[in-house]
Design a binder for this molecule. Structure first.
Ligand code: GLN
Length: 391
């Protein structure tokens, strides 16, 4: 609260240099940990489609301001789905770029091997415009690479012949409304001349555990700097240990403390091999599976989330139930690949449904073109989405 940063982050510098005007900062889950926007000290953001529902998290404020027309676009950060899940719940288009494509200089680190910044916008075209501005090499982020851009210039809705991979096991036990909306979108893609390729990922059951182990381990290390001495708030205690204890006990919310404890546990000497090392092995499996998949297809399509936005307050009691909301999104971060969520219809309760489109590293253009083609061709503003009648 009332924090004024001493310097600007790279993404903001870039946007300001090209004429962008900063309207404000948006609410989010504390340290970007959460899927609902309810892990916040400042009060949760309500979903503009239904204020009894959550926005999704962690970049929920960003998705809500775009969905409600308060901003033409916003930025979010995505470590395991935090751009895509709120985009899905709020009916907007958000893309997590390839790991290393956008500089994170000035972003508070959550899990450094997974974090990326990306735009949340009204559609793929707007997202392409913003990506053209923020995908730039920056020597202040050691992972940054030089990437060829021109996303807007190369945007096309001619995606004839594009190969779309789907894994049918993603739909086992999935709520019918979500399943039907995604299948209707796949029909639109078939009408646009795309070919569907069957995939069968071996990682579906391990991905979420791998994500929560790796991200918590990295978070416990990254957040060690918030000790009341150099960073963040400070509560003066009787001695240095008391200052650390009081600062860290009062300065972090429940969810953040849970992650720090989980992360410290999985890195501790007796458990390192059993959890952290195993999670790294799972990470290689996931990466290899995507490498193999992209030999057979251009993009992979799945739902973004298992449901529409859930009730506010309902899930905060059960952290593991909330973690399950990230089941479709975390693998893109683990593999480092780009992925986007675009709206593909509504539930019968008029809550937006999200379609996730992923591609191989540095293939953002394929995702944007697929999203753009769908947004031009499909009637996705209803709860019976399908191809628009050509008039
Ligand atoms: N919901 C996930 C988590 O809580 C993802 C967060 C994110 O992408 N920042 O860790």
């Amino acid at each position: 609260e009332n924090f004024i940063p001493p310097y600007d982050c790279t993404v903001y510098e870039l946007l300001r240099a090209s004429g962008g005007v900063l309207l404000g900062k948006c609410d989010m889950d504390e340290f970007a940990m959460g899927s609902t926007n309810e892990n916040t000290a400042l009060g949760d953001t309500k979903n503009p489609w239904d204020i009894t529902k959550v926005t999704g998290g962690s970049s929920g404020g960003s998705a809500a301001v775009v969905a409600s027309g308060q901003a033409i676009f916003a930025l979010g950060s995505d470590t395991g789905g935090s751009i895509r899940l709120p985009s899905s719940f709020c009916g907007v288009s958000g893309i997590k770029p390839t790991y290393s494509a956008v500089s994170r200089y000035g972003l508070v680190a959550f899990a450094s091997s997974l974090d990326q910044i990306g735009p949340i916008a009204r559609d793929a075209r707007d997202a392409a415009i913003i990506l053209d501005e923020i995908v730039k090499y920056d020597n202040r982020d050691s992972t940054s690479v030089m990437v060829e851009t021109g996303y807007l210039k190369n945007l096309t809705d001619n995606i004839k012949g594009m190969k779309i991979g789907i894994d049918m096991s993603h739909y086992d036990g999935l709520n019918d409304e979500i399943k039907q909306a995604v299948f209707a979108a796949l029909d639109v893609y078939k009408d646009l001349g795309c070919e569907i390729v069957d995939l069968s990922f071996s990682h579906n059951e391990i991905a979420l555990s791998a994500y929560y182990i790796i991200s918590s381990a990295e978070a416990s290390s990254n957040l060690a700097r918030f000790d009341g001495v150099n960073y963040g708030m400070r509560i003066q205690g009787d001695d240095i240990i008391d200052t650390y204890t009081q600062t860290r006990s009062k300065g972090f919310g429940r969810e953040v403390k849970r992650r720090i404890m989980l992360g410290t546990f999985v890195l501790s000497s007796g458990y390192y091999d059993a959890y952290y090392k195993k999670a790294l092995r799972a990470r290689s499996v996931i990466k290899n599976n995507y490498d193999d998949a992209f030999k057979k297809c251009d993009i992979v399509i799945s739902p973004t989330a298992v449901s529409g936005a859930f009730e506010r307050g309902r899930k905060t009691q059960s952290p593991t139930e909330v973690y399950l909301a990230d089941i479709y999104t975390v693998t893109a971060n683990i593999a480092g690949i780009p992925a986007m969520s675009i709206p593909c219809g509504f539930t019968k309760d008029n809550l937006p449904i999200g379609l996730q489109i992923a591609a191989n590293s540095y293939n953002e253009q394929k995702i944007l073109n697929a999203a753009h083609a769908y947004q031009n061709a499909a009637d996705y503003h209803t709860n019976k989405p399908g191809i628009l009648k050509q008039v």
